[in-house]
Structure formats: structure tokens, C-alpha cells
Design a protein around this ligand. Structure first.
Ligand SMILES: Nc1ncnc2c1ncn2[C@@H]1O[C@H](COP(=O)(O)OP(=O)(O)OP(=O)(O)O)[C@@H](O)[C@H]1O
Length: 291
């Protein structure tokens, strides 16, 4: 799926501006950004619920907007799938079979079994976690290639969360689907995603490959008794400062940055394990997060 220069304005406010990236089957793409960055809007554009003012979204070079049949290969799971609650499980199964020609009823019921969800009755009687699980099962049962999930683990208990994450990993491998997940749970995305798309001010501000993120960026704790020299400060972003102890994030594929720090003779220096959360704070936090 190619997201090609997509722009969207809602109520005269530009929300997304020229968003471009590609989503591939067999891969998990994480969508991250501050609250209101436009993640849900982007997912809604990718499934055709919303249409962009500019740009296009294409599957095999076919626009999803001018070829509605290609949308059968895309399914979106909203963060609170409330629309389903007044229907029975059987009715929903029928509805999905009508919309998604590849819907696999056998898989649907076997997944309900596996996750010990009831096979009869109304979804309205399910707990929040059961509803979230049910929505995921439904999405994967469509056999659509592109599965878009908005905050899939929001508000779920740890056990259900672990099962859902495991399920997503297995499904991506077993069914060769592309999963796009919008989430604030950066630890989960770190575990699940192959690629991270970071949205800032309506644009893609960074694209990270989780395979190389740890080589490309460094997180270092340093102590400078007389304050941090500018040569070091200019390397990247200070994400923590306690007295004379600084925590710094910077791009350093070649280890030149580490050399620069050593040249400045810190009292102490230690490389710390970098997390996606560190990059989020460094790139999107702004000054108010330093401290
Ligand atoms: N129907 C609407 N009417 C008015 N404004 C809207 C509408 N839908 C979205 N917006 C605005 O678009 C912006 C992006 O919203 P969106 O829900 O896509 O962000 P998000 O990144 O998913 O946020 P969050 O992380 O808080 O879920 C916000 O400023 C929001 O107020």
C-alpha cells in the first residue's frame, strides 16, 4: 500500500500535509505522534472512511478512492469498536461475510474458541477487553491483506494485552498481512513493529527501522563538573538533566559523537540502552520535557 502525498484538512485546520510512506505485507508498521497528531485521521484515510484533498492511497497502483473494490483488502479496527455492540456474533459474522468476500468463517470461530470468547449472544455483553479481542479476531478473519489498528491494547489488562500482541505477531507471520498500528504504547510497538512512522505537525518527521535504530542512535549519560560543553550539547538532544548529570540522545552511526564526548573529558560517561520512548521525547518533547 502506497500512501502518496496525502493531505487532509478538517474544519479549515490542516491535519495532514503531504504524507508519504509505504506499507508492506508481512510487516508491522507503528504510527506514533503526540495526541492530536493525526494518527486516527490517517488510518481513516487509509481505509477510505475519509478522502484526502490531495494525494492518493494505492494498492497495486490502484487508487482505493476510485476503485472501491480494492477496499475489500483493507480493514480498520477503531479504538472503541462500539458500533458492533447491539449485534449478535452471528449477525456480525454475516455482515462481515457480505462486506469481505474472503472472510474465513472457520478461522473466525476457531479464533473465538482459542481466545475463549463465546460464539453466541450479543457483543454488547462483552467486557472492554473481550470487545477489543473480538474486533481483532474479526479483522484477521476477513483475510484482508491490510489491517489497520487504532490503539488495539488501550485499556486492556496485562494478560489480554500479551495475548493480543502474540496473536498479532503470529497472524503477520501466518497470513502475510500488513499491520499498521497507531499506539501510545511505545514499549509494545518496539516489540511488534518493523518500522515506525513518526508524525509531527501533520508531516512524517521520522521513519525508523527498528532493526537499525539501536545502531543509528545513542543514548549517553555524562557528567561534566563545569556544565556540558557546547561541542557535546550540539550533538543532539538533552532529554534529562539532574545537577551535573546529563542524558543525551544523538544520531551516531559512526561513533564520532562518542569520540567527541570523550575529547571533552567528562568526569563519567556511560552508554544507556535506547528505547523508542527516548526518541519520542527527544524528537517530539520540546523543551518542556527536559529535566
Ligand atoms: N471530526 C472532527 N472535527 C474536528 N476536528 C477533528 C475531527 N477529527 C479530527 N479532528 C482534529 O484533527 C486532529 C487529529 O486528530 P486525530 O484523532 O487524527 O489525532 P490522533 O493522532 O489520533 O490523536 P490521539 O493520539 O489523541 O488519539 C486533532 O486536532 C483533532 O481535533
Amino acid at each position: 500500500m502506497l500512501i502518496k502525498g496525502v493531505s487532509k484538512t478538517i474544519k479549515q485546520k490542516p491535519i495532514l500535509k503531504g504524507i508519504t510512506f509505504e506499507v508492506e505485507p508481512g510487516k508491522v508498521t507503528g504510527l506514533i505522534g503526540r495526541n492530536g497528531a493525526g494518527k486516527t485521521t490517517l488510518l481513516q484515510l487509509m481505509v477510505g472512511i475519509l478522502t484526502p484533498e490531495a494525494g492518493d492511497i494505492q494498492l497495486n497502483e490502484q487508487s482505493i478512492y476510485s476503485n472501491p473494490e480494492v477496499k475489500q483488502d483493507i480493514v480498520f479496527v477503531p479504538d472503541s469498536p462500539e458500533a458492533l455492540k447491539s449485534y449478535s456474533i452471528k449477525e456480525i459474522c454475516q455482515l462481515y461475510k457480505d462486506i469481505y468476500p474472503k472472510f474465513d468463517e472457520e478461522l473466525f470461530y476457531s479464533l473465538l474458541d482459542r481466545f475463549t470468547l463465546p460464539k453466541n449472544g450479543k457483543v454488547g455483553s462483552f467486557s472492554k477487553g473481550m470487545k477489543a479481542l473480538f474486533a481483532l479476531i474479526l479483522a484477521f478473519s476477513t483475510k484482508a491483506t491490510y489491517i489497520l489498528l487504532d490503539e488495539p491494547t488501550d485499556g486492556l489488562d496485562v494478560i489480554v494485552k500479551k495475548r493480543i500482541l502474540q496473536f498479532i505477531i503470529e497472524a503477520v507471520a501466518d497470513f502475510n498481512v500488513a499491520v499498521v498500528i497507531s499506539s501510545h504504547r511505545l514499549d509494545e510497538l518496539e516489540y511488534l513493529a518493523d518500522t515506525i512512522i513518526m508524525l509531527k505537525e501533520g508531516e512524517v518527521s521520522e521513519t525508523y527501522s527498528l532493526d537499525t535504530i539501536k545502531e543509528s542512535y545513542k543514548k549517553v549519560q555524562v557528567v561534566f563538573p563545569h556544565g556540558m560543553p557546547d561541542t557535546v550539547k550540539n550533538l543532539g538532544t538533552v532529554i534529562g538533566e539532574t545537577g551535573k548529570v546529563y542524558v543525551l540522545i544523538f544520531e551516531d552511526e559512526t561513533n564520532l559523537g562518542i569520540e567527541k564526548i570523550k575529547e571533552a573529558h567528562p568526569l563519567y560517561m556511560e552508554e544507556l540502552p535506547l528505547t523508542l520512548e527516548d526518541l519520542f521525547v527527544a524528537k517530539l518533547g520540546g523543551e518542556q520535557f527536559v529535566g
